[in-house]
Design a protein around this ligand. Sequence first.
Ligand code: NAD
Length: 327
Amino acid sequence: MSGGLRVAVTGGAGFIGSNLVSWLLRHPAVGRVAVVDDCSTGSTSLLGSDLAQVDFHHGSVLDAGLLDRAMSGADAVVHLAALPSVPRSVADPLASHAANATGTLQVLEAARRAGGPLVVAASSSSVYGAQPRLPKSENNCPMPLSPYAVSKLATEAYLGAYHSCYGLPVLPLRFFNVFGPRQRAGHPYAAVVPAWIDAALDGRPVTVHGDGTQSRDLTCVDTVCQVITTAITDKVASPWPVNLALGTRTSLLDLAGVLGDVLGGPVRLAYTGSRPGDVAHSQADPSRLLGLFPSVRAVPLREGLERTVAWHREQRTPASDRVGGSR
Ligand code: NAD
């Protein structure tokens, strides 16, 4: 590739990052994609054949020299690298802080040294925590309940501060519950959608923490990639955090129903206790998002689940029998 926008993606071997890399490589305005990833929770296998088309920098966002090499000449940086789990942060708060908060600071310092590219970074709806108001508006006071949420509040606050102090163009995005192809199950910190699909395809009951009435603004990864790609090509910046979800509200019991429809049979539920740090309800106020990205089109839940189930089924097919790539 030559010419076009140069984009560096931290966490590009992860679930959202590898999907984004695919989107970027296929966009005519993008000329070069660099990836920084230590493969602690991600894997180069998620990049599939895209791996050969990116400049892959294996290592941590805590390594300033590595960041300088990856971000050299970048027009935009998408900072997704993080240890992305509430329970993981409860088990090891210092590790989450180092990767998520200090890692963001390192990326912002590298962006300054690189001449001030647009920095888009992943924050999280978990920053709302105990904030009772629904839908969650960016104007509501964040009330984080876990070390992970605090590390994400630090992420977006550092972006705002670097805009204020150094004029860096930034875009802190609060992701809600993102799901889609390439989000893996089979580990203790798996998110609800992949964990449930994996269990259901195995014929096991799915685990419901609490009574299942808790709700989430489930967002298909393709919606997230669409917004981030538009931010890069149209140079959309905001020093203030922006919810990246469209204001839908699905209870876990509703999710089980739609998933059963997609799978062609009901999923069995196994109830267990609530988890510390989990929030009861999460639904975005999308006003600020729609103001900045008026043409965003969200992938409907059922369609997103169909794509996701298809990917999980493909992963269960022996590689020699698979058709096409990893999506
Ligand atoms: P993921 O674990 O699949 O991706 C994170 C990637 O970052 C992995 O590839 C991992 O190897 C890499 N990484 C971790 N620590 C690193 C470090 N120190 N240096 C370099 N790379 C490192 O998770 P994801 O779901 O794709 O999450 C991407 C981002 O979105 C994260 O910042 C996460 O906090 C945020 N987020 C995700 C969701 C969601 O629902 N998936 C919701 C809110 C926020």
